[in-house]
Design a protein around this ligand. Structure first.
Ligand SMILES: Cc1cc2nc3c(=O)[nH]c(=O)nc-3n(C[C@H](O)[C@H](O)[C@H](O)COP(=O)(O)O)c2cc1C
Length: 392
């Protein structure tokens, strides 16, 4: 294990002004695995997001430029027990072109069997979660608990790679806590075990979202490995994505909270166009509602799932306090659609054409960053908690 003493601070704190997106920058190398998946250079991924990255939301993000999206994290145990909720989460919509699935498990054997099963489904790629910090997940030896044992990382990746002919990736954090930065051993183990790439969330298991993302350590992993490295953490804008690429040299960026209520972040990162017009906002939110209805039917669950998205969508639009209050009470998707359409009409009547910027310019360490923390812990618990993870 590495007990390194490098300060855990983002280099952005001392590195000057926010870089601007430069679409004409020289193209990054395209790795064979990116080609196999049909991805271009510097791809931008939507993270697996428990309770959030279902088919309707993934479709919106893909439409806006997410090159690869993921099903929310699955439990290997629940999968092997054929949990109905897990199979519901595994559904893929025909409109989805490149889709990944993520799984975590408590033993090497269990992960291997789960990957073999997932490999029979139509996903293009499979990811192993070794970063989830949720207590009930790590207590059962899953998620970031695996980071404490690089040998287990190696054995798990080997077993998983042997169980599928699809590209197999691993998503990690930097380690368990400040006395256990295992990222170098873990990254080596993943590469030696045969991982096609590795995604690094630049925080420890013990860190909350207030802790800056450690770009220096992500860069250290990038310099060390020959497989592609994808950076993750605090990407809320095109400038943040550019900053991460520039400071770390990563081969791709994964967006998580930055996509909540803002699927347009993928367009902003991939094209530099950060504007969101009222009409496209209205169309996307109404599409989301329609796809939610198609996916779940008009039952209470669908409306409850949708409420959080709607509250996130309202960010950056003027005078939305009343709308937010009304949306938090909706019982049906039809009611939500009516509220959204009326609100969009009222914006047009007031002469509002575009959403306000969600971030301010300036040093990424100093500026206000839009952070949709709304109900985040409950989301995590609901997403990976009481349903399928209770079987672990
Ligand atoms: C609501 C929510 C659900 C999440 N679910 C997952 C998950 O299923 N699998 C996973 O690897 N990470 C999950 N994460 C972690 C994110 O993918 C990401 O690693 C983390 O939020 C850091 O990125 P960010 O700072 O850009 O949000 C989740 C995060 C949030 C906020």
């Amino acid at each position: 294990m590495t007990n390194t003493t490098i300060a855990s601070q983002s280099p952005a704190a001392t590195a000057g002004a926010t870089p601007q997106v430069n679409p004409s920058a020289p193209a990054a190398p395209v790795y064979p695995v990116w080609e196999k998946l049909g991805l271009g250079p510097n791809p931008v991924f939507l993270a697996p997001l428990a309770g959030v990255s279902d088919a309707p939301f993934r479709r919106l993000c893909a439409e806006q430029g997410a090159a690869l999206t993921y099903v929310e994290m699955l439990s290997a145990t629940a999968l092997l027990y054929s949990s109905p909720r897990t199979f519901e989460m595994m559904r893929r919509h025909p409109a989805e072109s490149i889709l990944g699935v993520q799984v975590t498990g408590k033993t090497v054997d269990e992960v291997g069997r789960a990957v073999a099963l997932l490999s029979e489904h139509s996903y293009e790629t499979i990811d192993l979660n070794m970063g989830c910090p949720v207590s009930k997940v790590v207590k059962s030896g899953c998620g970031s608990a695996i980071l404490r044992d690089p040998q287990r990382v190696y054995d798990t990746v080997r077993a998983a790679v042997a169980a599928t002919d699809k590209p197999l990736s691993v998503k990690i954090r930097l380690g368990w806590d400040r006395s256990s930065y295992t990222y170098l051993e873990v990254a080596d183990a993943a590469e030696r075990g045969g991982a096609a790439w590795i995604t690094v969330h630049g925080r420890l298991r013990c860190d909350d979202y207030a802790i800056p993302v450690d770009l220096e350590r992500i860069a250290e992993i990038k310099r060390r490995l020959t497989i592609p490295v994808v950076g993750n953490g605090n990407v809320f804008s095109a400038a943040d994505a550019e900053w991460m690429r520039r400071r770390t040299g990563v081969d791709g960026v994964m967006v998580s909270r930055g996509a909540l209520g803002n699927p347009w972040i993928f367009r902003a990162i991939t094209t530099g166009d950060a504007s969101v017009a009222v009409d496209e906002w209205r169309r996307a939110v109404l599409d989301h509602l329609a796809w939610q209805l198609e996916e779940y039917g008009e039952k209470g669950f669908a409306a409850v799932c949708m409420r959080k998205h709607l509250l996130w969508y309202v960010k950056g639009w003027p005078g939305a306090k009343r709308l937010r209050e009304d949306l938090s009470k909706i019982d049906t998707l039809a009611q939500a659609g009516q509220l959204i359409a009326e609100y969009a009409d009222s914006l047009v009547a007031q002469g509002v054409t575009e959403r306000l910027p969600l971030t301010q310019d300036g040093d990424p360490e100093q500026r206000f960053v839009w952070d949709p923390k709304y109900d985040m812990d409950r989301q995590l618990d609901r997403g990976v908690g009481d349903d399928h993870m209770s079987q672990i």
